[in-house]
Design a protein around this ligand. Sequence first.
Ligand SMILES: [Zn+2]
Length: 367
Amino acid sequence: MPDLQEETATLFDGRILRYFDVVNSGRAAATDQRRADSGPAQGQQRWDPLRQEWVTVSAARNGRPLLPVDCPLCPTTTGNPTEIPAQDYYIAVFDNRFPSFTGTPTRSDQSAELGAERPANGHCEVVCFSADHASAYHQLDTKRIADILSVQAQRTAELFERPDVREVTCFENRGVDIGVTLHHPHGQIYAYPDVTPTTALQYTNALRHRRDTGKDLFQEILDFEVRAGERIIAETDHWVAFVPHSARWPCEIHIYPTTGLRDLTELDEPRIHGFAPLVKSILAAMTTDLSDDVPYMTAWRQAPRTADGRFDGVGRLRFEIVSPRRSAGKLKYLASSEALMGAFVNDVAPESLAEHLRTHLNTRESA
Ligand SMILES: [Zn+2]
């Protein structure tokens, strides 16, 4: 991240705030005037023996504000002391005040058996994309989107250095229908003490595929979609965006780097700067016939680490965008079949969605 300066401050309860900007701004000198309290509470993980998964119980999160009038992610003003003590910022990252996971991860030797409990270790950060409350990720200029990606890569590198962080994801929830609690344009970073259930399933299957065939399942998926062509939304020198053949959601888009990279730390400058206009145009195309408040979830899927902190060659960096919107004004809800049985029924043909997005992308580019 050669052209971004990082300055670090400490918030009223000991949490760390990082300002990123193209210049050394001196913003870290602004002090947090809020009254000290005990800091974030730690949740608990409980073992589900049927699913063979840890479930996190974080009751303190139930107390976090829901769409408050005074936004805690805006720069501080006289009447609104926020998480950002400075009067302005470019990009800011701070430890989540209501974290799902917190505390220094320790070696995961907790026995997994019926009734097992352990502290919900790990780390959660909030990434403020802009000081402009009324903006949105896809409305930001491409330079800033590229800089956000550089910051996410830097944070990924640092979080993977923590003992026994097995997986790091950078994500964004957007829109009231997704359940956002703050409108301010922001994303989050979770550093998990274990490989998450979905990643573990994909990792296990990719590992078995490599063992059985000697081939990379992620590359085969990408090659399959490029060959088929009909679900491709956009192809650039460094990225391919497509609706997957077996999409679960009415709006589901995967963006793969053209070469196999394990995580954001392996992105070079051309890939970072190539991603920004691509994701901006795709998100804009999603909103073309809708309001700007189209609900969506995005996540960077990054290769997990082994229990002893190594990358074993399985897993691939990719970006996913999912929206429950099935048509204007209509949402797909995860009902009994999806939420309880795990059996997804998609109301939209992936090929139709890809064609729709391609049309809007081309319309915008030729406008
Ligand atoms: Zn705000």
